[in-house]
Design a binder for this molecule. Structure first.
Ligand code: ATP
Ligand code: MP5
Length: 484
């Protein structure tokens, strides 16, 4: 099918934008579909939880559904929060009359916050509705309710329940492993052809509000575009993991935050933020940092300890000089808040350098060429205007926080670099990074085109030098004795 898929979400409204129809419409759009929405229930909800639910009169729900289907040919329907048995009955009758080509049922029962989104006496109605669906997407507790068994404690037990649900209903089942434990987070399609598992890392992220809504509407859109359920999950799962990781920087609410549905499109969007443009422009360099042997082997624990020590020694040299440039930013800052911010950052860099020396660096090493190049660049920028200094120091904050969040997600207590990976996920550092970005944006607003050009050049060069700095520990030839 080459036409743009017309996908209808029949679900509840979440004003915080992370779940319900709001999430569905964003996920459908992010996958190239044309999204439509019929609202079953209004929730008073934030990232902290659901405070109240209002279900509009049933004839109005029926009117929404029939007005739409009398006019529009619908390629796929995604069913989310249905709130009560009478709501399910209205939707069920409409499905029987209209027979949309694809129906995905997310059997929403309880929100991430623990609040009920489906009346307990409506569980039978949802069980029956499964037989009208092509794909049902339960999480582990919902699956247990659907098959009438205790909640599965293991992946294999959940798979057995998913098989039971498929056999009883005829629907394919997308079993979601988000509620199980372990370093990997598995999902699977269970259907007449057997089991198709798609694995991913379990992210140590708080942005998981609405992941179920987002996944089910993504599956509906991809299938309406012609994908099999298996092929759709192969695409949807890594896309969702990246949306969860990117959600961490959205800064929406103090509870379980939303995923960033549009993360893959950010680079192509018009923006008024100098920093966002700079970040998008350097996406290739950042991808190289993620892919470089040092970052990968630090993440999987296979990095030789001696190379890690070499990196730390160079980092200590770098931090000492970086602190001086941060102090220069403090001296040039136009406001007291910014002056204090850079002074605090300089003090942290000095403390970090001192602690590296105390705990990990036994002798004063030579400056490696890449360390020297980076320090020279920062010192040259420090002779320029405030905006240029800020642009030059920003990549060190931002890249460290960004790569750090992904490395922290790979951490567990037995990881050889556990102490370091824990430190990478530090929330205080993420907050400081947000402030540095905001300061850079304000400085760019105040700058004319010539100075903004110099900011671009300073930022891009720092990014390139960050990459060289990350590549150096694996490229450098260490003395045989050091490695032994
Ligand atoms: N911490 C995590 N890291 C990576 N993926 C995750 C994580 N938590 C959930 N997911 C993924 O998000 C999707 C939803 O899974 P989950 O089992 O949490 O369903 P859910 O409870 O219906 O979602 P929600 O109620 O949060 O909307 C699945 O693809 C799952 O693998
Ligand atoms: C309107 C609505 N629909 C669905 C969910 C489930 O999403 P989550 O389990 O992530 O809270 C929700 N919270 N609100």
């Amino acid at each position: 099918m080459s036409r743009i898929p017309r996908v209808l979400s029949i679900a509840g409204s979440d004003p915080s934008g992370g779940a319900g129809i709001q999430a569905d419409l964003k996920a459908i759009a992010a996958h190239g579909g044309f999204g439509m929405a019929v609202v079953t229930a209004l929730t008073a909800q934030s990232t902290r939880g659901v405070v109240d639910v209002h279900v509009p009169p049933l004839p109005f729900l029926d009117a929404q559904l029939r007005t739409l289907s009398d006019d529009v040919a619908i390629d796929a329907v995604k069913l989310g929060m249905l709130a009560s048995a009478p709501v399910v009955a209205v939707v069920e009758r409409w499905l029987a009359d209209v027979r949309p080509p694809l129906v995905v049922l997310d059997p929403v029962m309880v929100a991430t916050s623990g609040d009920r989104l489906l009346a307990s006496d409506a569980e039978d109605a949802i069980r029956r509705l499964c037989t009208a669906a092509d794909l049902v997407t339960p999480n582990v507790p919902e699956l247990a309710v659907l098959v009438g068994e205790p909640v599965a404690a293991t992946w294999d037990a959940a798979l057995a329940q998913a098989r039971t649900l498929h056999q009883r209903t005829g629907a394919a089942v997308l079993l979601k492993g988000g509620h199980l434990d372990g370093a990997t987070c598995l999902d699977a399609i269970v259907d007449a052809d057997g089991v198709h598992v798609v694995a991913g890392s379990r992210l140590a992220a708080t942005s998981t509000h609405g992941t179920g809504c987002t996944l089910s509407s993504t599956m509906a859109t991809l299938a309406a575009g012609g994908a099999t359920w298996r092929a759709a999950l192969d695409v949807a799962k890594p896309w969702l993991a990246a949306a969860i990781a990117a959600g961490e920087s959205l800064d929406v609410g103090a509870g379980a935050g939303p995923v960033d549905h549009l993360h893959a499109l950010r680079g192509a969007m018009p923006t008024t933020s100098w920093a966002s443009d700079a970040w998008a422009r350097t996406a290739g360099v950042r991808a190289d940092v993620d892919a470089c042997a040092f970052v990968r082997s630090l993440g999987d624990g296979s990095l030789e300890p001696e190379r890690f020590r070499w990196y730390l020694a160079q980092d200590a040299i770098y931090l000492g000089e970086y602190a001086r440039v941060l102090a220069r930013a403090s001296a040039l800052a136009p406001t007291g808040d910014e002056q204090a911010f850079w002074a605090r950052s300089a003090a942290s860099a000095i403390e970090e350098e001192a602690s590296l020396h105390r705990s990990h660096v036994t002798e004063v090493p030579d400056r490696a060429p890449d360390t020297r190049a980076y320090v020279d660049h920062l010192q040259a920028a420090a002779h320029g205007a405030y905006a240029e200094v800020v642009a030059a120091v920003l990549p060190c904050f931002w890249l460290y926080a960004d790569v750090g969040a992904r490395l922290a997600a790979l951490d567990d207590a037995a990881h050889p670099f556990h102490d370091w990976l824990v430190a990478y996920g530090d929330a205080g550092f993420a907050e400081a990074t947000r402030q540095a970005i905001a300061i850079a944006d304000a400085a760019a607003c105040a700058a004319g085109p010539t100075l903004r050009g110099r900011m671009d050049a300073a930022f891009d060069r720092s990014m390139a030098l960050e990459l060289a700095f990350f590549e150096a520990p694996v490229r450098v030839r260490l003395e045989a004795a050091m490695l032994g």
